[in-house]
Design a protein around this ligand. Structure first.
Ligand code: ADP
Ligand code: MN
Length: 283
């Protein structure tokens, strides 16, 4: 495990139990009162104090003194709770380098217990600027009061659902598992379309557009399709980054679908001089 995850190794199952109790309490409160933790964990005060001091030292939790003594999780603790489940389920053996970091996710290499090359995407939606994200991204709906925990978990669930429904029919990374804000999927050995030199751009353009049409038939519109969310290599491509997908019956679906196509068409026109009108391909 790499440095960020060194702390993960220091955590035992008692620590995870305490973190999960803080997590459970956060469903009702912004900070979880100490009395609630005593109840959830059925531990005595000295044990709880020891546990909380330890988790605080490991930067897993934060506390507040007024109006009552309360605790909440730090984002890394939420990652670790998810990671712990994936390790317990024997999905992964280890986690490696950070591959990418965006405003709304962090992506790491991981190895499966059989040596498979995976990536783990930790969703970060709402962890930094929740309100902005909630406004920009439709999938939070009306639940503005929900915490970043809920937002990040929902994003992961949505992404996993799309990958599961599309896998085998549309080129996407094969989903392996998910928990909380984490999605585990196969690693595609390639680079973003935006940064690649493609040998046969016409053929690739056709294939990407037809994958978008195929996923619409399955009922899923990507909603953020662009040269940054397509990974390519010499053998093919995958479309990634699905948390914001919308159902094909959504009132905005057609507009989003056309925008997806036109993002791709514009890119191929600019970089490869391929001229095509979105409407011709969209029908
Ligand atoms: P973001 O929301 O941060 O844009 P993405 O899902 O687009 O998240 O992933 C960001 C980057 O992580 C991608 O551009 C790519 O470099 C890498 N990545 C994501 N998924 C995979 C994957 N399955 N295999 C290989 N690299 C991936
Ligand atoms: Mn992306």
């Amino acid at each position: 495990m790499k440095r960020v995850f060194a702390a993960f190794r220091d955590l035992g199952q008692e620590d995870f139990r305490a973190l999960a109790s803080v997590e459970a309490g956060l469903r009702r409160r912004e900070f979880v009162p100490k009395e609630d933790l005593l109840k959830y964990l059925r531990s005595d005060l000295p044990d709880l104090d020891y546990r909380l001091a330890r988790l605080d030292r490991l930067s897993m939790i934060q506390s507040r003194g007024t109006p009552y003594k309360g605790y909440r999780l730090l984002p890394r603790a939420y990652d670790f709770l998810a990671l712990n489940v994936l390790v317990q389920r024997e999905r992964i053996e280890s986690i490696g380098d950070k591959i990418a970091v965006g405003k709304e996710s962090e992506i790491y290499e991981a190895l499966g217990t059989g040596g498979q090359r995976f990536v783990i995407k930790f969703h970060r939606l709402g962890m930094t600027s929740f309100h902005r994200a909630a406004n920009v991204r439709g999938y939070i709906g009306d639940r503005r009061h929900i915490s970043w925990i809920y937002a990040a978990r929902l994003a992961a669930e949505r992404e996993y659902e799309a990958l599961t429904r599309l896998a085998g029919q549309v080129p996407v990374p094969k989903p392996i598992d998910h928990n909380r804000n984490a999605v585990l999927m196969e690693r595609f050995d390639g680079a973003e379309l935006a940064q690649s030199e493609v040998a046969r751009p016409h053929k690739l353009l056709e294939a990407i557009l037809s994958s978008a049409r195929r996923s619409r038939e399955i009922g899923i519109i990507h909603g953020d399709l662009s040269e940054y969310n397509v990974l390519v290599n010499e053998d093919g491509f995958v479309v990634i980054d699905w948390p914001q997908w919308v159902d094909a019956s959504h009132p905005q679906a057609e507009a989003l679908f056309q925008r997806d196509l036109s993002n791709i068409l514009k890119f191929f026109e600019k970089k490869y001089g391929i001229r095509a009108r979105a409407t011709k391909w969209g029908a």
